[in-house]
Design a protein around this ligand. Structure first.
Ligand SMILES: *Cc1c(COP(=O)(O)O)cnc(C)c1O
Length: 438
């Protein structure tokens, strides 16, 4: 669900004209709909209303301070994965005391920082990590709250780079080893076991993998609850979103056998609440993409339309450094014109072209052989569903500034991240004296 729609022939985000916004802020720029994020949060809250639950927004999906503050205002806590993300939650005024710290490679200083700010729980991925947290907690004279991430070994049926719940990837503690790992943790004097965690992958678009994973974990959780003073079971994130509108209309592709059976918050709740209700634990979820993905678009302007020997290229001012998903995961993003002007009488009604950026890499491509309305130099395009794993993965390759970010609320918008300046790009670079003088 999103609120990017045409009013007449003009594309709006909520009640804000994107043409006007682009004129003010420039392109490329990310635009987020506050209303969409609110509704996503509320829908999930409603779907889980039968449970004592906590939403820990997986902030790696979009960690702009304004987005974090919005999540905090809605009642959310955070699933964070680095010391930098701890600092972000603090800077945004969020609650570390309600948040959880995930990730396979937590450093000494990150663990210290989390303890200093009273992290609610560490989601621990290995025995050596248990030992390290135990040591650092001891040095600080505190007990560290922990939950172990157990790998349920189910197939999330998603892209290989974002599946995490199979036994052959780096995440979590193997299911068969879970009881031993918990016993080991209990014997470490500076740890306090308070939970169990799982997370099977990202962009999961069917309910079955979630159901399979929760069913597999249930007996384990019950066993662990008998032995340890558990407070919660975190079932992770991973709820997928619709990138391709062909799916929404029930047509096409990898989804086919499911028909219109899209994974909605309601279906998620209906399937999982009954499996979780009687555990007698608080249930945490860690949605990232679901919260912000469809709430965002990347606005970009057409620089050139180039007719190659065999193909047409629409060259835009956004690139793989701004939005990495297409080049990194072959991800599909819908691309729509900001001015949807009626076709000219004698012109073609559509063209087939590659939508590419200016970066010197063949992989700098947003869409291959895509059928689209004819476009010309200066036209604005919106790359949809770019609100998650978009700006957060942006870089400066080709000395391109990080793009601006804008939050829309009704007919108002706020720049929540200024476009980077050249001075900021080079602020930390130095030419050593010996090179200067030769
Ligand atoms: C990335 C991640 C999430 C969020 O995944 P989404 O697919 O964005 O919902 C949740 N929990 C953990 C442990 C993660 O690594």
């Amino acid at each position: 669900m999103h609120t990017f729609s045409y009013h007449d022939t003009h594309l709006y985000c909520e009640s804000t004209s994107l043409a006007k916004l682009a004129e003010d802020v420039g392109t490329p720029c990310y635009v987020y709909s506050e209303d969409t994020i609110r509704r996503n949060f509320q829908q999930l809250t409603e779907a889980l209303s039968g449970l004592d639950h906590r939403i820990c927004y997986a902030m790696k999906a979009n960690s702009n301070l304004a987005i974090l503050r919005l999540m905090h205002n809605l009642g959310g806590a955070f699933d964070l994965v680095s010391g930098g993300e701890i600092e972000r939650v603090l800077a945004a005024g969020g609650s570390i005391e309600k948040s959880v710290f995930a990730g396979v490679g937590k450093t000494d200083s990150e663990i210290s920082l989390a303890l200093e700010h009273g992290i609610y729980s560490f989601h621990v991925e290995s025995e050596p990590e248990l030992e390290r947290i135990n040591r650092i907690a001891g040095e600080r004279g505190v007990k560290a709250p922990v939950a172990l991430r157990i790998n349920p070994d189910v197939d999330a049926q998603t892209h290989a780079k974002i599946t995490t719940g199979k036994s052959d990837n780096k995440f979590g503690i193997p299911y068969d080893h879970a009881l031993d790992a918990y016993a080991y943790a209990r014997d470490l004097p500076n740890l306090k076991i308070i939970g169990v965690q799982m997370h099977i992958g990202s962009q999961i678009t069917k309910i079955d993998p979630f159901v399979a994973a929760v069913k597999r974990m249930r007996p384990m959780v019950q066993k662990l609850k008998e032995k340890h003073a558990l407070e919660y079971f975190s079932i992770g994130g991973g709820i997928g979103i619709i990138y391709d509108p062909a799916l929404e209309s029930g047509a096409a592709s990898w989804w086919e056998d499911e028909g219109a059976d899209l994974l909605t918050p309601r279906r998620y709740g209906e399937a999982l609440v009954p499996l979780l209700k009687d555990l007698g634990l608080a249930i945490f979820i860690e949605p990232g993409r679901f919260m912000t993905g469809n709430a965002g678009a990347l606005l970009t302007r057409v620089e050139y339309v180039k007719t190659g020997k065999a193909k047409k290229f629409v060259i835009v001012d956004a690139a793989m450094n701004d939005l990495a998903r297409p080049s990194m995961y072959d991800a599909y993003h819908q691309i729509v014109p900001v001015e949807n002007t009626p076709e000219e009488d004698n012109g073609p009604s559509s063209i087939t072209a590659d939508g590419v950026g200016p970066v010197c890499e063949s992989g700098d491509c947003f869409a291959k052989a895509r059928e689209m309305k004819p476009v010309k130099e200066g036209d604005l395009l919106a790359i949809l569903s770019a609100g998650a794993y978009g700006f957060v993965m942006a870089g400066r390759y080709n000395t391109r500034a990080l793009p601006a970010e804008v939050l829309v609320s009704g007919k108002n918008f706020s720049v929540i991240n200024n476009r980077e300046t050249f001075a900021q790009i080079i602020a930390n670079e130095n030419i050593p004296e010996y090179l200067r003088s030769s």
